[in-house]
Design a protein around this ligand. Structure first.
Ligand SMILES: NC(=O)c1ccc[n+]([C@@H]2O[C@H](COP(=O)([O-])OP(=O)(O)OC[C@H]3O[C@@H](n4cnc5c(N)ncnc54)[C@H](OP(=O)(O)O)[C@@H]3O)[C@@H](O)[C@H]2O)c1
Length: 415
């Protein structure tokens, strides 16, 4: 325990000394709505940890789309959901599902990390006694699985975060705190999508179509595909984003604004609208061939916009290929022309974050310097609401936004 009750933002307590209170960016139900006003800095008690948990002093926190949803209170009120499940009675939410930081305390059962370790944190949590976990299955399939800093409280938008020890992975020494806090959530999610659903794992020369290619997920997907020897083809909504994707290794980039057939597919009995939609899909497919310089369809389509794009994704995916999806940013009604799905034997696969093995495999790519963390811009702790607002309005810069929390300034790799 520290002799000081609270430290100011940017002050670093002596390693291992935990104050009673901390500052956090809190969301409360009465503030649900636009992210710029949903977040507010408040003083709260530093949480206690259980035997398998750790307390990490947050140096920098990565910004992700999930806390846009938390701020809006939609589609799920995360505070009420936790209270209802008797999981956490707190009447506030401290979000934040990416962090770099220093371990300040560990529970009595923790073996994999110690006080003073420099870590990054993956956001997968589960109950070690959950039936699927105990049976040795993928913990992602256990009913207890939750995203830290979205479905759980005490995320990285505070000076200290409470995590399960297995979430802590080594921080890449060559990265600054803010760079290290950028890639894990989106990178590990993209890794599972691209490498976790055999036989549809990215292999040499595979074409992979990547929606939102300059966004958080997209910039990681381009690099993972490239690292596996595949051919990433990006889609963006603005020509100014193309260069960024090309520099990361995209073979070519298509501007979706050149097409207008987006959204739910018209009913197949409505001939004219359906034919117009199908013509739009064919034109989009042709744009992929133009990028490739040959008539090849993507073996994997990397999906997350959802309602606007799924019908096209299923249409352009190659025979025997896979559309893998982890979100529905534009809506949840995914309508498909099933004839293309069954006749061409395509797979439509849901995917959600990643397990320890996949998170660690992604982190190794980062530690080995094979993944650029794509830090777009570094913000202050006070600007966390602003960052989520920008994301909500689809005005985020290419790559990842990160906020400094404990790090007194940008550019530091150590303390
Ligand atoms: N299940 C999981 O584990 C998981 C993990 C990470 C993220 N997610 C979810 O995945 C989604 C994307 O996350 P992110 O971090 O990549 O967000 P992001 O950085 O904001 O990127 C999203 C991209 O989507 C594209 N987009 C927006 N509207 C579109 C439309 N109508 N059609 C096609 N593309 C559109 C945008 O690119 P252009 O405008 O340039 O096309 C934008 O760059 C979010 O909903 C997030 O919550 C889920």
């Amino acid at each position: 325990m520290s002799s000081k009750e609270i430290y100011e933002i940017g002050e670093i307590p002596p390693v291992g000394q935990v104050p009673k209170y901390m500052y956090g960016q809190l969301i409360r139900a009465e503030r649900f709505g636009e992210p710029k006003t949903a977040f507010k800095v408040e003083k709260v008690e530093v949480p206690d940890i259980k035997p398998d948990e750790a307390l990490v002093f947050v140096m920098a926190a990565g910004i992700n789309f999930n806390n846009v949803w938390a701020a809006l209170g939609s589609p799920v009120n995360v505070i009420a959901a936790r209270q209802k499940a008797n999981f956490d009675p707190s009447d506030f939410h401290i979000g934040g599902s990416d962090a770099s930081g220093v371990v300040y305390a560990v529970g009595s059962n923790v073996k994999n990390i110690k006080v003073g370790d420099h870590v990054v944190i993956h956001c997968g949590t589960w109950d070690a006694n959950g039936p699927a976990v105990k049976a040795g299955e993928d913990p992602m399939f256990d009913a207890s699985f939750k995203i830290w800093g979205y479905e759980t409280n005490w995320g990285s938008f505070a000076q200290f975060t409470k995590v399960q020890a297995h979430q802590c992975m080594p921080k890449a020494k060559h990265l600054t705190w803010e760079e290290a806090a950028a890639p894990t959530l989106v990178g590990a999610t993209a890794y599972r999508m691209l490498m976790g659903w055999p036989p549809h794992t990215v292999k040499n020369n595979d074409v992979v179509l990547i929606w939102g290619a300059s966004g958080g997920l997209g910039c990681m997907a381009i690099q993972i595909v490239k690292a596996q020897g595949g051919i990433p083809v990006g889609v963006v909504g603005d020509d100014r984003k193309k260069d960024f994707c090309m520099k990361l290794g995209a073979k070519g980039v298509i501007n979706r604004k050149q097409f207008s057939h987006w959204g739910m597919m018209p009913h197949w009995k409505d001939n004219d609208p359906y034919n117009k939609w199908a013509a739009g899909c064919r034109a989009f497919g042709k744009a992929i061939w133009e990028v490739l310089g040959e008539r090849r369809n993507p073996r994997i389509v990397f999906e997350h916009p959802g309602e606007d794009t799924v019908p096209t994704s299923i249409f352009v995916c190659d025979s025997g290929g896979m559309v893998v999806i982890c979100a529905g940013t534009t809506g949840y009604n995914a309508v498909a022309d099933l004839r293309y799905l069954w006749m061409r034997q395509k797979r439509f696969q849901g995917s959600h974050f990643a397990n320890d093995e996949q998170s660690y495999a992604f982190n190794k790519l980062v530690v080995d310097g094979r993944i650029d963390p794509c830090l777009a811009e570094t913000f202050t702790f006070d600007q966390i609401g602003h960052c989520h607002q920008v994301m909500h309005e689809n005005k985020a810069p290419e790559g990842k936004m990160v906020a400094l929390v404990g790090a007194p300034k940008a550019g530091m790799k150590d303390i």
